[in-house]
Design a protein around this ligand. Structure first.
Ligand code: ATP
Length: 235
């Protein structure tokens, strides 16, 4: 479904991502693991058109999306829930969600999308008129995920959805990611610092170190890999 082929991303003169090849199969959950600064966000932002790539290509369902504008990429079916949530604090929950459906194609199915988001995140319906800036961290994460879902994406990119959340909420978010994949058939590309969580949710994983893929395998295999256990699971 998504083919990232030999992609390099630079910030100024610094190469943040070097010659990365990564494939996401339709219907799957794929995780990208790595320490702080490994280049995960830089790569995800390149897929979503928020970073330019200096070489390589990004192809989604046979469409070449390399260096296309972000709105075009959303229109093709890729939704991005960014690291740090970035909700609009002085807008209500519902207004935040509507911001995810500003494209003509998404506006058509607006009320169905809203009902779908409320189905997975019932608390957002209860708080629909509350200013997003007054929500808890976990609720803001739900708004950010819900906003990305409002564009009815075929592929949902999640950058650190569990960051800073209490353990109970981390588990809740994990369950929702699995349900979205199973029930809505949404393909997921997940970046997570909580390595064990990511390996338990996803089918396939890639390990990124200083901008390069150093390992790729089925998650069941990665959990048993010595390097992963030592460096990422603290075992
Ligand atoms: P984290 O988990 O901490 O978010 P990451 O794996 O997502 O880390 P990136 O944020 O992609 O890593 O950063 C990769 C490298 O690129 C880092 O060395 C970072 O300092 C650098 N970098 C990221 N964004 C920029 C930017 N806008 N300008 C300059 N350098 C950047």
């Amino acid at each position: 479904m998504l083919e990232i082929n030999h992609v390099t991303v630079c910030h100024g003169k610094k190469e943040a991502v070097s010659d990365i090849t990564l494939h996401v199969q339709k219907g799957s959950i794929v995780t990208l693991l790595g320490a702080n600064g490994a280049g995960k966000t830089s790569l995800l932002q390149a897929v979503s058109g928020l970073n330019k790539i200096t070489s390589g290509s990004i192809v989604f369902e046979q469409n070449d999306l390399t260096n296309q504008p972000a709105h075009h990429i959303v229109e093709k079916g890729i939704g991005h829930c960014p690291e740090g949530r970035h909700v609009f604090p002085e807008m209500t929950v519902k207004e935040n969600l509507f911001m995810g459906a500003y494209l003509r194609t998404a506006r058509k199915g607006l009320s169905r999308s809203l009902q779908m988001v409320y189905h997975y995140f019932p608390v957002l319906e209860k708080r629909s008129r509350q200013m997003a800036g007054t929500l808890s961290g976990g609720e803001q994460q739900m708004v950010a995920m819900g906003r990305a879902l409002m564009s009815q994406p075929k592929l949902l990119i999640l950058d650190e959805p569990s960051l800073g959340l209490a353990p109970r909420l981390v588990q809740e978010i994990a369950q929702i990611i699995k349900r979205l994949n199973r029930e809505e058939k949404t393909t997921i590309l997940l970046v997570e610092q909580n390595t064990l969580l990511a390996l338990n949710i996803a089918e396939k994983g890639y390990v990124l170190e200083t901008g390069r893929i150093v390992l790729e395998n089925r998650c069941a295999e990665l959990i048993g890999n010595d390097h992963v256990r030592r460096s990422y699971l603290g075992m």
